[in-house]
Design a protein around this ligand. Sequence first.
Ligand code: G
Ligand code: G
Ligand code: MN
Length: 287
Amino acid sequence: TERMTLEEDLKSGLLENQFEVYYQPKVNMQTGEVIGSEALVRWHHPTLGNIRPDIFIPVAEESGIIIQLGEWILRTACRDTLKLQQMGMGDLQVAVNISAVQFTGGDLLPTVKRALEETEFSATSLELEITESAVMHDPEAVIRSLHELSQFGIKLAIDDFGTGYSSLAYLKRFPVDTLKIDRAFIKDISRDSDDVVIVEAVLGLGKHFGLKVVAEGVEDNDQLEFLKRQGCDIAQGYHLSPPLAFDQYLAWLEDWNRERDEIDSGVDAASEYNSAVVQLHKNGRNA
Ligand code: G
Ligand code: G
Ligand code: MN
């Protein structure tokens, strides 16, 4: 009963604008530059309060509502990111999570093209995140679809890399641009030597195949330092910022960029700064 109610509520929620897209910044660890964000949907339910995507995304997938919801998320993410680009926040990209259902049953390519046309957002600033299990669901169909998207200029990332049921052989055949190391491996990176080996192996794969590697779930200085030393390109996680509503993301970008400029021009008010900015810059200069 709960599930059916949730399903009905999802439909009316879409009509009544109860969803909101949050953005979690991603930072280039070597330069301190913000490269863009991951779009993460939030549901403000009128009586149940905020419902986590872990709860409602599976229901949206099973009921097929993910097709409409996914299209709305895609359009919103493109429109919001274009707005930030036009406000001078830099050449930001945005990464949108895509479910297996959207690949197999949803005319993904036409949907993505339509979203880009409607919003006038550039295909090359859009990245789609898919999990290993979504890929393995129907590898041949997904590979075809990935090739079409990639020919169109869209970037592709494999999410939660290392946790799924996957075949490394497919890496050779996927037009993939980015690997996202699952946060489970980052969590104990400064203590657990098994995790160190796994992270090093993923970085090695990334290097060999010419892929960008994003570390997810970076929560403290030690993790950031370690990953940077290992030559990891991009970090995402609470240490930099949690997922933010559009206005908060804009404010975060302004702060981050201003602090970078001030540090570069030698202003020394570092104690008031976001510790991650200072850290990335200091190290950059000392290196
Ligand atoms: O956003 P976290 O904050 O709670 O997200 C939990 C899970 O929900 C993650 O696995 C994330 O990939 C998934 N998720 C969040 N937003 C979206 C979305 O827009 N589309 C899909 N398909 N999954 C999402
Ligand atoms: O599966 P996916 O990687 O899309 O999930 C993103 C999820 O990770 C979201 O639920 C997001 O809120 C969460 N998240 C983002 N940064 C951190 C972090 O630093 N630590 C933890 N524990 N979760 C995070
Ligand atoms: Mn993701």
